[in-house]
Ligand binder design. Structure first.
Ligand SMILES: Cc1cc2nc3c(=O)[nH]c(=O)nc-3n(C[C@H](O)[C@H](O)[C@H](O)COP(=O)(O)OP(=O)(O)OC[C@H]3O[C@@H](n4cnc5c(N)ncnc54)[C@H](O)[C@@H]3O)c2cc1C
Length: 379
């Protein structure tokens, strides 16, 4: 039977128990359970071994995961988003590349079925989350293979990944029609890949988000086709998943503060307010995620930017308030409530990090849905 987003709720309590038993350790067993259930590759169609999840289902799954194990949710978001971007076959792929695309889809889905982990290794120090500012480069060698050089930071999964997918700039003479950057699949055990064990996160400590140095590392292949990121717009898929992480943290803290039911009327009121805020954020995110499609265009990208910025910012504030209400018994570094509070802040750092999101909102100022009477389906 194919996995459903709701099945995560059955796995969650065990994930939380393991996290508490092995605080800050890479959640090996949680990841293995998700792989066995086929969660990472769930967006692929059944013919490719997946469950045909759409973006809404993936977003709901990440939120559910985050409500039990935020680090597992952050880890899962990376391969899940990649599968989501590669599962689609919606006429966006240029005709010349269609055969290659279908081959690659098959290859990638097969890797997921073999339980190979694909991790994101894109961020760079000082780039502020901007693709333009990427310094890593990929050049063709004499054998026609791409070799990647540069330094990446915050590559979750670290040594536990089998492949990284990494952005790098290319020479337009080598890749005609290329975009600002292209994605490359690099085996983590390839020569020239150095994974530094330097992760010391404030929250999300179990994600093993290390620095990675590429020195002429041979890429297995360039992903997709030239200008894939601009035309397919896969990043917006991940942005929906990233917003679901602090939202799930807020749900987890609500559970902690609301059970057992508070006796204080003041506390009951504050928790009721928190429930309304959580439900409003969730509805906003789900409405946006439901509309995802490949190459959806600039207006939809702006909508996702607003959603990701708002939901992460407000969910993190909500987590801070709930932590404050949770009381002294949770004021221990290793209490699940304290750890979830710290984990929630990663949402504002995840791509696009909050300052960059705000910067882009002002650059592309728009009234969004407030400027029109249309339903989101038409944005
Ligand atoms: C727990 C965790 C896990 C992560 N996992 C991954 C992962 O698996 N793979 C991955 O690739 N990345 C990952 N990231 C990185 C994340 O996705 C961000 O892209 C990255 O954090 C952005 O870089 P920075 O925060 O180091 O920003 P810096 O470059 O250090 O900039 C600092 C701040 O200034 C802002 N800023 C800088 N320049 C500008 C500008 N020109 N305009 C506006 N604002 C600017 C930035 O937005 C940022 O908030 C992870 C981050 C965290 C916290």
């Amino acid at each position: 039977m194919k996995v459903r987003a709701g099945d995560i709720a059955d796995l969650g309590p065990a994930f939380a128990r393991r996290d508490q038993a092995q605080v800050d350790s890479y959640p090996q067993d949680n990841v293995a359970d998700l792989q066995t259930a086929g969660v990472f590759g769930a967006p692929f169609g059944p013919a490719l071994g997946g469950a045909g999840w759409d973006t809404l289902e993936s977003t709901m799954a990440v939120e559910e995961l985050a409500a039990w194990s935020p680090s597992t949710a952050l880890l899962a978001a990376m391969p899940l988003g990649l599968a989501g971007a590669f599962a689609s076959d919606d006429g966006v792929v240029p005709g010349d590349y269609r055969g290659r695309w279908l081959d690659e889809q098959q290859w990638l889905a097969g890797q997921y079925v073999a339980h190979h982990i694909f991790a994101a290794c894109n961020s760079e120090k000082g780039a502020g989350g901007s693709l333009d500012a990427t310094k890593a480069v990929a050049r063709r060698d004499d054998d026609g293979r791409f070799r990647v050089s540069g330094e990446k930071i915050l590559a979750s999964f670290g040594e536990h990944a089998d492949y990284f997918f990494s952005t790098a700039k290319v020479d337009p003479a080598e890749v005609p029609g290329c975009g600002v950057v292209e994605f490359f699949f690099v085996r983590t055990d390839a020569e020239g890949v150095d994974i530094l064990g330097d992760w010391d996160g404030f929250g999300m400590r179990a994600t093993e988000s290390h620095t990675v140095v590429y020195r002429d590392a041979v890429a297995e292949r360039m992903a997709g086709y030239p200008d894939f990121i601009a035309t397919m717009q896969p990043l917006t898929y991940w942005f929906c998943l990233f917003a679901a992480i602090p939202l799930g943290c807020a749900r987890s803290l609500l559970r902690a503060v609301g059970e057992p039911e508070p006796v204080s009327p003041a506390l009951r009121l504050r928790v009721s307010e928190a429930v309304m805020r959580y439900e409003a954020l969730r509805a906003y995110l789900r409405e946006t995620a439901r509309e995802w499609r490949p190459g959806a265009g600039a207006e939809y990208a702006a909508r996702v930017l607003r959603t990701k910025t708002y939901v992460t910012q407000e969910a993190t504030k909500l987590c801070a308030e709930l932590f404050a209400l949770s009381g002294g018994r949770h004021y221990r570094r290793t209490s699940p409530v304290a750890r979830t509070f710290a984990d929630s802040f990663a949402g504002t750092a995840l791509r696009p990090p909050l300052p960059l999101g705000l910067e882009q909102l002002t650059e592309q100022f728009s009234l969004g849905a407030a400027g029109t009477a249309q339903e989101p389906a038409a944005i």
